[in-house]
Design a protein around this ligand. Structure first.
Ligand SMILES: [Zn+2]
Length: 251
């Protein structure tokens, strides 16, 4: 479902809404290899099996959950298409999975990072959503509202998504520390395009540094990929429990 500008989730839409559709986004793919590891491994080939495992763990636990992978093969998909697809599939939660590499001039780095959409990008995000809604003919034709009003409503919705994403990030950090062998580098904010276009709580996980020998070995290994996937699956489960309970409440 694409966010309807006239119904602000802060006040009405999130009530009764549960996490039923999860979008799992494997970074890069096809002609875009992503980061290259020290042994030559491509990020796109590390993140795909992790995403497939997350999907499989969730499918086992929730037979009625709608699980959407933005790609399930080695395929190139533009970033904006990923966000749009998440919206059109009616996603309630978006998790993008990546692996990192340090810049040449940087010292060795290791560990995972979790990113939320940046606050300063919310205006841009509101503009993108407004354009999408207009393109899809989804603006409410019955009421008249100024474009500025719509923007405020959408920004409020984005704030609510951001708060949820922040909570989700905290859970991911805790679970990755508990279940995987990776160190946390913290939760940060950044204006990743893929996070800006989706109208739902969005989080991007940089699972580790392919430029670091220990991280790369772990990320390449079956056990490493499985532990990361298990941690992410558990995070989605805990977040869903919390979110569904909150949104099922009647005030
Ligand atoms: Zn990436």
């Amino acid at each position: 479902m694409v966010f309807m500008p006239l119904k602000c989730p802060l006040f009405s839409d999130t009530k009764g809404r549960k996490i039923e559709t999860v979008i799992i986004d494997a970074g890069h793919g096809g002609k875009d290899p992503g980061a290259i590891g020290i042994s030559g491994v491509n990020e796109k080939n590390i993140v795909l099996p992790i995403c497939l495992k997350v999907r499989d763990y969730l499918a086992k636990e929730y037979t009625d959950m709608n699980l959407i992978l933005t790609r399930d093969t080695d395929e190139f998909i533009e970033l904006k298409i990923r966000g749009q697809r998440a919206n059109s599939e009616g996603g309630n939660l978006f998790i993008s999975i990546h692996a990192n590499a340090k810049k040449n001039e940087e010292n060795d780095k290791s560990g995972f990072e979790i990113y939320l959409p940046a606050l300063e990008r919310l205006d841009e995000s509101a503009a993108i959503m407004m354009k999408e809604n207009i393109n899809l003919g989804l603006q409410d034709k019955g009421d008249s509202i100024s474009p500025g009003g719509e923007k405020v409503m959408i920004s409020l919705a984005q704030n609510s998504y951001l708060r949820s994403a922040d909570r989700f990030s905290g859970i991911i950090e805790r679970e990755l520390v508990k279940t995987s062998k990776l160190q946390s580098r913290g939760v940060m904010q950044a204006g990743f395009w893929v996070l800006v276009g989706a109208s739902m709580p969005c989080v991007l996980v940089e699972t580790g540094y392919l430029s670091n020998k220990t991280d790369e070995e772990y990320l390449k290994s079956e056990i490493g990929q499985d532990e990361i996937a298990k941690a992410l699956y558990k995070s989605i489960r805990y977040f869903k429990m919390d979110y569904d309970f909150e949104n099922g409440k009647s005030y």
